[in-house]
Design a protein around this ligand. Sequence first.
Ligand SMILES: Nc1ncnc2c1ncn2[C@@H]1O[C@H](COP(=O)(O)OP(=O)(O)OP(=O)(O)O)[C@@H](O)[C@H]1O
Length: 510
Amino acid sequence: MATAHELTVKNNGRNVLLKFTDADLIVDYGGGIMDDEHSSQCSSVSCFSGFCRTHNTRLDQVPFRQVIGAYYAKGSLKVSYLTRNHKKNFVLCKCEGAVEEEHNTFAMDWADKLMDAAYKGAKQSKTLKVLVNPRGGIGKAKSIFTDQVEPVFLAAGCTLDITYTEYINHACEIAQELKLKYDAVVTVSGDGLIHEVLNGFAQHEQPGKAFAIPIAPIPAGSGNALSLNLLGIEDGLDSLAAALNVLKGHPMKADLFSFIQNDKRRISFMSQSIGLVADLDIGTDHLRWMGDSRFLYGYLRGVLSLKTCPVELSFRLVEDDKEKMARFAQENTGQKPCDPSSSGVDDLEELPPLRYLGGTEEGWTTYEKPFIWIYAGKGPYVSRSLMQFPVSLPDDGLIDIAVKEVVSLYSFILLNSCLKMVKDNRAKLLKALDGAEDGVPYWSTTNRYFKVSAYRIKPLASKGILAVDGEKFPYTDFQVEVHQRLGTFLSQYGRYMVNFKVQEPKQVLK
Ligand SMILES: Nc1ncnc2c1ncn2[C@@H]1O[C@H](COP(=O)(O)OP(=O)(O)OP(=O)(O)O)[C@@H](O)[C@H]1O
């Protein structure tokens, strides 16, 4: 049977009805409740041929954004899509069946129409450079890619050029020489590999064109902040949600930073931290087995040590009114996609000039209070359990800086009791910082928050930890400035996926 948007295919002797509405693809395997034998296969990552399903019914209703492939060839139609399993993670489903000869032309047309609806202007069958760091995170990046992500890319008709990185800086070297033919660079690792790719682009012979190639992360490292920011807290660590973002995402322009230290310039995309938060990132490296939770452990450990960080901080201030920043961020994240065009940097033959290196002190403010940490960066989430920069916007041309002033006795006592409570219970440990994942500490009076166009730090002690995009850097003077819309990431939403409440909560840590 074939009517306007309906098509029946034969699969293992059964009829499967495929149809699409204005918003969804419907795959009807014949009605009724699926028996145990069939439903038991539903937890697998990939489901094939109409009988592996994610629910115990024989009907899938799939939003177009989850349809990834519809191809007709030699009398056979293949449709691939992602559905969510009972844990709300994505799984790949494939439906393949024979089409009666008289409907062949219709089937071809039907598949094309479904693909147009499914991709809504995003490029189909992308050519992807894939960089897999087999040492990323807890060493599962390779299997995450081969078992889960690669089948999705292949089902979507992508052409893949895959490299398994073999040593530190390998990804940087590849990015430096990268041909401009790729639709995206996919990193299967953590944020460190993205840092390397961007620094490779900075050394490319056509940096403007290289930076215009979108980067899309598949979360497989221990720090996956970019993925969390692009996909949100629910999907940010789901490798198939990230694969879907590669397929359906549009290029989204984002600001990048120049980090200048000892006359060397590097690109940073996420954060620079010093004091407790750097200790939290770098100083907990031996706790990788804890995954994302190691950052939270480091946070509590560091706060309780009450170690201050003697440095001089200077910046070019643009805004420091928290309510104003929060309202502005909310107004500008509300479903308003970034305009991917008109970045003005695609034709750059070299990196943008540094505007604030040397020069006069005019326009600079020096901040001299004692503090526990300085955390500067872009992107709301720095980990799943900490929304550090809730009012960060991808392309406002500004760096967000959070400065934690010396904690009050009240907070010390509170945190101390938290630590006792959670010593041997990780679940309670997570609860102890209730609200951090929603950005609540933003409102704390000891958390000073600034938007600046440039800043610099002079450490006043000889020892300490400085982390840039999660990697350890020498503990010496540095300066950072922002380059508006220099970088490009793939995004289905055109904004950071963050839900931050403007209302100041009554009970926050002081
Ligand atoms: N084959 C390899 N062996 C060792 N290191 C590698 C290899 N390939 C890449 N690397 C390095 O691994 C580092 C960490 O990668 P990434 O940040 O992406 O993962 P991660 O698990 O989040 O790590 P981290 O928590 O240390 O940042 C990168 O800086 C990269 O240089």
